[in-house]
Design a protein around this ligand. Structure first.
Ligand code: UDP
Length: 344
């Protein structure tokens, strides 16, 4: 059945891939984005890839003054549900500017909730993160694991999850999935959309990709004395297209389930990859040298985390299908074709 989904942050890295999968599955999409950390060109390319028209509302969702406009547009679009990705996401910045992070991330979520409520579209997928698990669990970590994020960014995700649970408890019509992403990497196989970080990348893959393409001299590996197989940090990297398909699967599940409520679901591959393994794989895929040096541990980093993915398999009938080599090949394809991101 064709549905009408609002995708906030739909021009961003994950959002653009979610839009492609939703549009390819035959759904109508309204992107809400203020382009504060994304580019209008991404929306054009979503349409280029899918051949489908995407509606767009350019607005800052976090500014309460925009509530009437958002309510009006979501109502006029006749939305049946939403994927909420809009928000600030830089961990280090969140430590320096906690009030801004809580203000933007929580107000954006509340504004969207009001607009969905008004439209009677009580179906929502929220972009959460494995960061909510902090350093409190053995891997593989499942959704009953202890939560306690280590920084304001992570806590804003956790707080929004909790807000959504309260809302789903108070009104049984709501169907909500908090998708806890592990580490999204890679890009669409077309090479037309991908991650376009502002300034120096914080995350491993965009940094490696910029070293491979010659934009940066070398990677700094943050610590090689962790209690892991080669001493470097282990994460569960997931191809962004697999991740995006997980959103479609979650929305299908929410459409079918008889039971209202808010549920937490991990989206990962279930396997761990070390920093050195990721570097080696990217080197193979790009056929470029990736010089690195060992640097001190990064504050707040944990040794190892990867997902228990059984709930996503059981409930959503979804699992990640792409390999680490696919992730590297697609990430490289995007980086090489768009060395300056959407500006090129
Ligand atoms: N990392 C690194 N150098 C970098 C960026 C990241 O060694 O320039 C390491 C980091 O310490 C961690 C892994 O790569 O072990 C993944 O880091 P990322 O920031 O991508 O994800 P997160 O730590 O948020 O899971």
């Amino acid at each position: 059945m064709t549905e009408k989904f609002v995708v906030t942050g739909g021009a961003g890295y994950i959002g653009s891939h979610v839009c492609v999968e939703l549009a390819s599955a035959g759904h109508d999409v309204l992107v809400i984005d203020d382009f504060s950390n994304s580019h209008p060109e991404a929306v054009r390319r979503i349409q280029e890839i899918t051949g489908v028209d995407i509606s767009l509302l350019e607005v800052d969702l976090a500014n309460p003054a925009n509530l009437p406009k958002v309510i009006e547009s979501v109502g006029a679009f006749d939305a049946t549900g939403a994927v909420h990705l809009a928000g600030l996401k830089a961990v280090g910045e969140s430590v320096e500017q906690p009030a801004r992070y809580y203000d933007v991330n929580i107000n954006a979520a509340l504004t969207l909730l009001r607009a969905l409520e008004n439209a009677g579209a009580k179906k929502l997928v929220f972009s959460s993160s494995a960061t909510v698990y902090g350093d409190l669990n053995e891997s593989p970590v499942n959704e009953t694991g202890a939560t306690g994020a280590a920084n304001p960014y992570g806590r804003s995700k956790l707080f929004i999850e909790e807000i959504l649970k309260d809302i789903a408890t108070a009104d049984k019509d709501w169907r909500i999935a908090n998708l806890r992403y592990f580490n999204p990497v890679g890009a669409h196989s077309s090479g037309r959309i991908g991650e376009d970080p502002n300034g120096v990348p914080n995350n491993l893959f965009p940094f490696i990709a910029q070293v491979a393409v010659g934009k940066r001299d070398k990677l700094r590996i943050f610590g090689d004395d962790y209690p892991t197989r080669d001493g470097t940090g282990v994460r569960d990297y997931i191809h962004v297209v697999d991740l995006a398909r997980g959103h479609v699967a979650a929305l299908d599940y929410l459409a079918e389930t008889k039971q209202g409520g808010a549920i937490d679901i991990n989206l990962g591959t279930g396997g761990g990859v070390s920093v050195k393994e990721a570097v080696a794989a990217f080197k193979r895929a790009s056929n470029r040298d990736i010089p690195f040096e060992i640097a001190p541990r990064r504050e707040g980093d944990i040794a190892e985390i990867y997902a228990d993915t059984s709930l996503a398999k059981d409930l959503l009938n979804w699992r990640a299908t792409k390999t680490l080599d696919d992730m590297c090949a697609d990430h490289w394809h995007w980086q090489r074709n768009n060395p300056n991101g959407f500006k090129s």
